[in-house]
Design a binder for this molecule. Sequence first.
Ligand code: AMP
Ligand code: ZN
Length: 115
Amino acid sequence: MSECIFCKIVAGEIPAKKVFEDDDLIVFHDINPVAPVHLLAIPKKHIASLATATADDALVMGKLLQTGSQLAIEQGCADGFRTLINTGRVGRQEVYHLHVHFVGGPDVLPPMLKR
Ligand code: AMP
Ligand code: ZN
């Protein structure tokens, strides 16, 4: 059995507040949201990070962005949102299963990085 927490969500072994699922991906609410809307879009296939994605993964990566964007708008981000992919140690990736964060809500977000 996979030790990957997001593979466990894919397998239905742990619960998630899903907003979308198809053959290739799942979109669900982040368990520890940083804004009123905080969705995660993940491929069902285990891809450890953006750094290890291959050309074969390009289609599903596009679907993560396009589907996640539409769902973020539906969930309250009509005026915009931020997409984030944390990658590796420097990017402070915590879960090593590729995921795209969609963060937003009614208010303008703070700057992405402190200068
Ligand atoms: P990162 O790997 O740094 O991009 O962040 C991983 C994200 O996954 C964090 O925002 C966590 O709150 C979120 N997370 C971890 N476990 C779960 C879970 N079981 N359900 C939903 N979100 C989760
Ligand atoms: Zn996984």
